[in-house]
Design a protein around this ligand. Structure first.
Ligand SMILES: Nc1ncnc2c1ncn2[C@@H]1O[C@H](COP(=O)(O)OP(=O)(O)O)[C@@H](O)[C@H]1O
Ligand SMILES: [Mg+2]
Length: 147
């Protein structure tokens, strides 16, 4: 387990960008944390770290955005995913099969479907407005983190 405290969104992005460099697909980066926690901000950092220059926005309506970089990043919003059928329809399993990096907001909703090597990223609010406490757990995190 790894705990990181960030003082603003830029720090979260910078940490995530560094973190991304150690990721080996296929892997799910599963976010836990409510609205405004910083899940999209963290994913923006992942994209940057993978050399993706496209703007990363919340995939609320599309459910998934795909970004091609050094590795392909799939950014999911599982907020409306309630059943296995819903999850299949997002392409989650197919995208995993391709060896991609799957960043999943609202992973609370797909807990039962998370692969064993999932990296769990829990984002909580800290002592002040722009502070966040980021907890990273998962076997994959130990194997893959860092350069
Ligand atoms: N330390 C921080 N890390 C990430 N985001 C932060 C931080 N401090 C403030 N913020 C702000 O919180 C909001 C997080 O938004 P977003 O990433 O869209 O959250 P989520 O996807 O979890 O709903 C942004 O407005 C961001 O600027
Ligand atoms: Mg979001």
């Amino acid at each position: 387990m790894q705990k990181v405290v960030t003082e603003n969104a830029a720090q979260t992005e910078a940490f995530a960008a560094q973190f991304a460099k150690g990721l080996q697909g296929p892997v799910v980066v599963a976010f836990f944390g409510g609205l405004g926690a910083g899940k999209t901000a963290f994913t923006r950092g992942l994209a940057k770290g993978l050399g993706i220059t496209a703007d990363v926005s919340s995939p609320t309506f599309a459910l998934v955005h795909e970004y091609r970089g050094e590795k392909t990043l799939y950014h999911f919003d599982m907020y409306r995913v309630e059943t296995w059928e819903d999850l299949y329809a997002t392409g989650f399993f197919d995208d995993y099969e391709t060896g991609g990096i799957l960043a999943c907001e609202w992973s609370e909703n797909i807990e039962a479907a998370l692969p064993e090597n999932t990296i769990r990223v829990t984002i909580e609010r800290g002592a002040h407005d722009t502070q966040r406490i980021i907890t990273i757990e998962g076997e994959g995190a130990y194997e893959n983190y860092g350069d």
